[in-house]
Design a protein around this ligand. Structure first.
Ligand code: ZN
Length: 154
């Protein structure tokens, strides 16, 4: 495994639309393992492939209870509302308050190409929305209602 470099806001790759994964092969598995190591090394709760400069529809989420890899994730349904603070490994030292749905049903493929669905709520749902936004070139600061100083929320 290898730690990949996380690109930061200002890099045009973060603004591109990522393409679906078509090959569920060894190369994908290496990429997923590298992404996990990179996320953990940076104490992230999620990571999207474009954040390491790979324009493919891959996200990892980890709310410390559940770790999940989604390939080609799709939001099937969402409901409720939550308002909370977000940050991003690609926007160091920046935090903002973002409206998200409280529950999301998401469908994706695992690393072997098998389709699965999960229903996530609260923080896990927030992370999923945030990471899927990355696949569409959207950063949390684009949709934040206000930017805040994180020390006020600790
Ligand atoms: Zn992010």
């Amino acid at each position: 495994m290898a730690i990949r470099t996380i690109i930061v806001d200002g890099d045009p790759l973060l603004r591109k639309i990522s393409k679906p994964v078509e090959n569920f092969d060894e190369k994908l598995h290496i990429l997923l393992d590298d992404m996990k190591e990179t996320m953990e090394k940076n104490n992230g709760v999620g990571l999207a492939a474009p954040q390491i400069g790979i324009l493919r529809r891959i996200i990892l989420v980890d709310d410390e209870k559940i770790f999940c890899e989604f390939i080609n994730p799709e939001i099937i349904d969402q409901e409720g509302n939550q308002y909370g603070i977000e940050g991003c490994l690609s926007c160091p030292e920046e935090f903002g308050m973002v409206d998200r749905s409280n529950t999301v049903r998401v469908r994706g493929k695992d690393r072997y190409g098998k389709t699965f669905e999960i229903v996530a709520t609260d923080l896990l749902a927030r992370i999923i929305f945030h990471e899927i936004d990355h696949l569409n070139g959207i950063l949390f600061k684009d949709i934040a209602k206000e930017m805040v100083d994180k020390k006020d929320y600790k």
